[in-house]
Design a protein around this ligand. Structure first.
Ligand code: PLP
Length: 390
């Protein structure tokens, strides 16, 4: 059976699985060996070479999900990001980076690249002219993330791929917020697709991992640096991630459905100023999202009206947990001002449109009626307190 012909849920469940020849068990056996025979074999197997049976098997699943030739699993999303970027950049090179990206990636670039003599520029916006304006004669890589945190702004993938081709750049995307279920950037011509597998791929808030998918040619370069940097994932976690990914299709589709309904409900709520969800027609990038996404993901943000204290609202939630990170089966909420964007100055936050009343909501798989009931009781509780104070 050819992986490309299979439906996405079948790919999630089966592609790459290791046959248990010995006992005929239903799932991939876990090979924990860190020592393999080297005589009469072409490939020396070793966990740090990213080629143990379980690492290779899961790489195939990631490749199939992203419609790429090759897939590789890393010890974290940042191991995937850093290895992929450094594989295509060296001293004297320049990279164009999208304005709003994951904080860890931002820190990696601004703290580490100067040490290696790698130049970088962040764009001033998300459109073609913003990206083109930053390209220089030594630019080698163009790096984007879409949807981006926390306003779920969308970058046009086809536009980025075209710029990359015209200027002979390697295009890279952090596809974490979309997941491979909702967006396959390689189909739009993007070269390197990166995931923090800690999020939708893992999906249960219980592991940390990363993944990359691309052509075999690009992967050879990433692998070569990867084995030197050493950011591989333990086979036990690889095996756990394989188990998690079997349900990724049904999990993410349930999260898409819940998020769309909750976004619409919040959009009509009198105590909500604005909702940022690419699936809403009112989102500024809805049309681009519709073109390149199969689903709009479980991530959304909303802004409370100024008289409501965001902290008190979150504290009043019972079912929806106040925790960091995202994309688990359980719904979680956080304040970007207090967490991911806490280190930015108030002026910079205002420039980026991140207000004190903004909340980022990672919608889980719970029944949407229970999630809405939880939000409603929290709204009632804060308005009651507000009235008591008057
Ligand atoms: C979490 C995250 C990362 C980093 O992944 P880790 O697994 O924490 O290293 C990168 N990009 C995005 C968009 C993320 O959400």
């Amino acid at each position: 059976m050819k992986p490309k012909k299979l439906g996405v849920n079948t790919v999630c469940t089966h592609v790459g699985e290791i046959k248990d020849e010995q006992f005929k068990g239903a799932v991939s056996p876990l090979y924990m060996s860190s020592s393999y025979a080297y005589e009469n074999v072409d490939i020396k197997r070793y966990p740090r070479y990213f080629n143990t049976p379980n690492q290779e098997a899961l790489g195939k699943k990631v490749a199939a999900l992203e419609h790429c030739e090759a897939g590789m699993i890393f010890g974290s999303g940042m191991a995937a990001v850093s290895t992929a970027m450094l594989a295509f950049l060296q001293s004297g090179d320049h990279v164009v980076v999208q304005k709003t990206i994951y904080g860890g990636t931002y820190n990696f670039i601004v703290e580490e690249f100067p040490k290696y003599g790698i130049e970088f520029d962040f764009t001033d916006g998300f459109s073609e002219k913003h990206f083109k304006a930053k390209i220089k004669s030594n630019t080698k890589v163009i790096y984007v993330e879409t949807p981006s945190n926390p306003l779920m702004l969308i970058t046009d993938l086809e536009m980025i791929a075209n710029i990359a081709k015209r200027h002979n750049l390697v295009s890279m995307i952090d596809n974490t917020f979309a997941s491979p279920i909702n967006q396959n950037p390689a189909l739009f011509g993007i070269d390197i697709v990166i995931h923090s597998a800690t999020k939708y791929m893992g999906g249960h808030s219980d592991l940390c991992a990363g993944a990359v998918a691309c052509s075999s040619e690009h992967m050879d370069r990433i692998w070569n640096l990867g084995k030197n940097l050493g950011g591989s994932l333990s086979d036990y976690t690889v095996w756990l991630l394989e188990r998690s990914m079997k349900t990724m299709g049904i999990r993410v589709k349930a999260q898409n459905r819940n998020a769309k309904k909750i976004a619409r409900w919040l959009d009509k709520h009198p105590l909500v100023e604005r909702v940022y969800y690419p699936g809403l027609k009112s989102h500024p990038d809805h049309e681009i999202a519709k073109r390149q996404m199969k689903g709009y993901s479980g991530m959304l943000s909303f802004e409370l009206i100024p008289t409501i204290h965001a902290e008190s609202f979150m504290k009043a939630l019972v079912l929806i947990k106040q925790t960091m990170s995202l994309a688990g089966v359980e719904s979680t909420i956080l304040s970007p001002v207090k967490t991911s964007h806490a280190l930015l100055s108030p002026e910079e936050r205002e420039r980026q449109g991140i207000s004190d009343g903004l909340l980022r909501f990672s919608v889980g798989i719970e029944d949407k009626s229970d999630l809405i009931a939880d939000l409603e009781q929290a709204f009632e509780s804060v308005t009651k307190k507000h009235i008591e104070l008057l």
